[in-house]
Design a protein around this ligand. Sequence first.
Ligand SMILES: C[S@@+](CC[C@H](N)C(=O)[O-])C[C@H]1O[C@@H](n2cnc3c(N)ncnc32)[C@H](O)[C@@H]1O
Length: 253
Amino acid sequence: MRKLSIIGIGAGNPDHITVQAINALRDIDLIFLIDKGDEKAELAQLRTDTCARYVKNPSCRIVTEKDPERDRSPADYGAAVIAWHAQRATIYERMIREELGDGQHGAFLVWGDPSLYDSTLRIVDQVAAMNTVAFELDVIPGITSVQALAARHKIALNTIGGPIYITTGRQLAKGMNGDNVVVMLDDECAFKTVTGSDVDIYWGAYVGTPDEILVSGKLSECGPEIEKIRSDARARHGWIMDTYLLRKNYIVR
Ligand SMILES: C[S@@+](CC[C@H](N)C(=O)[O-])C[C@H]1O[C@@H](n2cnc3c(N)ncnc32)[C@H](O)[C@@H]1O
């Protein structure tokens, strides 16, 4: 039987990897990497460095496939994502069936943790449902960018007894839902749509990496500054990953 591990590797800090992940990587036979294009070459490099640091099996192979092109401004967002996942499932199925031998152990390295805004588990489920290749699956958690952000700002995500809402920039633009809102996948600075002086922001880009940038304070004061820092950093690197917590500042911490 083939074995497949989905391993969370943290969101940029190579030390944010669990002992469970290190143990799994030590004897791994095959690592599947998805190439997301030159723009994010630095992220691919971090994955490669993780392999070099923890994989001890001299015959371990790294198999890389190109990520299918994604329609970035589709008329129907949901349908476009489903179509993109189906293309990815076809690629993953072929990689697992053709590259991973019976009795071998392969892994997909997932940015942060596989449970948070990552499609790998959904796609691997689709591969299993195809019934063309059998494998035993396990999932190894990693430190999410949200945990890394909270640690770097030295804050708890929730206020006392309060809920936390984790969402995307696209959803935030429809309204701030709750008193503690974590926002990811926001290319449009959706915090601009939140008005009033009663919200604080804890923002971080490239968190955990040597290029990390952190800003915190009243949203009404820091928002324009973050927008400028973000756009300059994006131009410099060619890509950016940022996450932030918005918190109503009138509530008990
Ligand atoms: C596709 S999601 C992946 C999330 C990942 N699975 C996790 O556990 O953090 C990508 C989003 O995660 C956030 N992100 C990932 N790495 C980050 C980092 N090092 N610094 C800040 N935000 C990051 C950004 O909001 C980015 O748009």
